[in-house]
Design a protein. Structure first.
Length: 559
């Protein structure tokens, strides 16, 4: 039987390694986030790749925090990262690590490089270091500190550790090649002085390793076999290899790069996401308009839909940009199959059924899902006065308008056929209520005489309705590629959030728990807010519309 073709180049590499008995037949990957912000949709792809490959090839995946920059790190970020990985459906088991776990070993590795004459303490200022590095077209210039003796470098590095020097006084640099065409190889910094307390190690250290130095060595110490990262680290790979090749490490991991996940109408730069939070453009890192995993979760995106999306976008060696509609369609497909149905009226207009008994009520048994009887049903109350959507009625209907208007008959979903007879207007001329009659013989929504009715409306009984707040979310940016043609902050969509406070929902929704997802009939998919929803205050977020209305609106605007 032929071996099936691997679905991407990473799988091909792993399968070739396994066939050749490389790494003693082990597969060990890692997901190594820096705890300096919340994870975003791009990290979701990396999580799915690293944990997915380890799962599929009988290996394991480590969760390792690359916590080498204490000034930008926070335990809040650590907690959120753990929650996000678990929510996506993955678990690291006992394999939770931190770069800070290896600080003493990393220090000794640095001492070893000094003893080999391959690292030196440089006393140039940050500006001087930049000037000495040269440019893409001109080679760099050796630091005047480059020829310090091994003894002097060992002494200075030891005193750096002891806290004798202020920040910026010295750095430890690798001695590689100041004329290298790869700027990362021009004597890169390995250690810097930071008199900052670390969330894990406290005040023990005042020098901290650079990310490039700590990353590969942490991989080696954990016996990682396949160090998988995004393409922006391709230029760092020679340094990754150089460091490991100079030192006696317990294992020799290999770095492989895949394409970063870029999505239009959003940004995934941590710096830009943090700016959105700091400038109060969004409420928090978990604002449902944010592309953070926590934000998408709060908006109601199912974890299975994110995993499906990451599988669909695939893995390659070339960068590309994915349309946001692909992610939203993955969400729709998942929720169409899994979300129970309910009725909610977001902009209520009162409808009075004049020939229905005053004070009367009845209950309709409506299915929770039209295609899945196993999801059961619920009782929905009906009374003389109900609420319909305000835009489901007009006095002067345009062509092909099949909703309610004077003299027209429509179906109330699962209930009766009703015909508009009149309207009640206030002193300002605005419609306050619509008057109708109902056909008692059409209970359940169908006419026994077979007459056809084109319009079907959702509704909520005024006697049984529960008030709710509903938040309608749209894409955060109007520009397809925020920041490409101007300041990304100037391209914020001013209509990215609309909060409706006068909504009426069916009584069953009063039992919804935070993060429960529903399809509000004819309106879209909604989720009970993870943080604000409670029994005494119902708050629902729109996850996605029923169809891709954004793309259609963009096409109409450009036509």
């Amino acid at each position: 039987m032929d071996t099936p073709t691997p679905s991407n180049f990473l799988r091909a590499i792993i399968e070739e390694d396994l066939r050749n008995g490389k790494n003693e037949g082990r597969v060990c990957t890692r997901f190594p986030p820096e705890p300096n912000g919340f994870l975003h949709i791009g990290h979701a792809k990396s999580i799915c790749i690293n944990f997915g490959l380890a799962r599929d090839y009988g290996g394991r995946c480590h969760l390792r925090f690359d916590d080498t920059n204490p000034g930008k790190e926070d335990p809040v970020y650590v907690t959120s990262i753990k929650e996000d990985v678990r929510w996506l459906g993955f678990d690291w088991g006992e394999h939770l690590y931190h770069a800070s776990d290896y600080f003493e070993q990393l220090y000794q590795f640095a001492v070893d490089l000094i003893r080999q004459g391959k690292a030196y303490v440089c006393s140039l200022s940050a500006e001087e270091v930049r000037r000495y590095r040269g440019s893409l077209t001109e080679p760099g210039t050796n630091s005047p500190c480059r020829d310090r003796s091994v003894e002097e470098n060992l002494d200075l590095f030891s005193r750096m550790r002891a806290g004798e020097f202020p920040e910026g006084a010295h750095i430890l640099r690798a001695k590689i090649d100041m004329a290298s065409p790869n700027m990362n190889m021009r004597d890169p910094a390995l250690y810097r002085i930071l008199h900052q307390e670390h969330q894990n190690t406290g005040k023990v250290w005042c020098i901290y390793p650079m990310y490039d130095f700590a990353h590969g060595l942490s991989d080696a110490l954990e016996r990682i076999t396949h160090s998988i990262c995004t393409l922006e680290f391709a230029d760092h790979k020679p340094l990754y290899d150089w460091i490991l090749d100079q030192l006696n490490v317990p294992a020799r991991p290999r770095q492989y790069e895949f394409n970063r996940l870029n999505i239009n109408y959003t940004v995934t730069s941590k710096r830009k996401l943090k700016l959105l939070v700091d400038e109060n453009i969004v409420a928090s890192w978990n604002d449902p308009r944010m592309p953070t995993i926590s934000g998408l979760r709060r908006r109601g995106f199912p974890p299975a839909a994110l995993r499906d999306f990451c599988e669909r976008v695939g893995v390659s060696r070339s960068d590309s940009c994915v349309d946001m509609s692909l992610l939203e369609n993955c969400v729709r497909e998942n929720l169409d199959a899994t979300a129970p149905r309910a009725m909610a009226v977001l902009r209520p207009l009162r409808l009075i059924i004049q020939n229905y008994p005053e004070g009367g009520e009845e209950f309709f048994d409506l299915p929770n899902h039209p295609k899945d009887p196993d999801m059961g049903s619920r009782k929905v109350g009906f009374s003389r006065e109900i609420f319909i959507e305000a835009d489901d009625f007009t006095e002067t209907p345009p062509p092909k308008y099949f909703r309610l208007s004077p003299g027209r008959e429509v179906r109330l979903r699962g209930a009766y056929l009703v015909t508009c007879t009149d309207v009640i207007k206030g002193p300002d001329g605005k419609i306050e209520a619509v008057l109708c009659t109902y056909d008692r013989a059409t209970r359940g929504g169908d006419a026994p005489d077979g007459r056809k009715v084109k319009g079907t409306l959702h509704w909520v009984s005024a006697a049984h309705a529960v008030p709710a707040e509903v938040r309608l979310y749209e894409r955060l940016f109007n520009a397809e590629f925020p920041g490409r043609d101007g300041d990304f902050l100037s391209q914020i969509n001013p209509e990215s959030l609309e909060t409706l406070t006068g909504c009426q929902v069916e009584a069953s929704l009063a039992q919804a728990a935070p993060e429960d997802r529903f399809q509000f009939e004819r309106l879209g998919y909604f989720c009970a807010d993870r943080f604000d929803h409670a029994a005494h205050r119902l708050v629902f977020n729109r996850t996605v519309t029923l169809r891709d209305s954004w793309s259609r609106a963009v096409q109409e605007k450009s036509a």
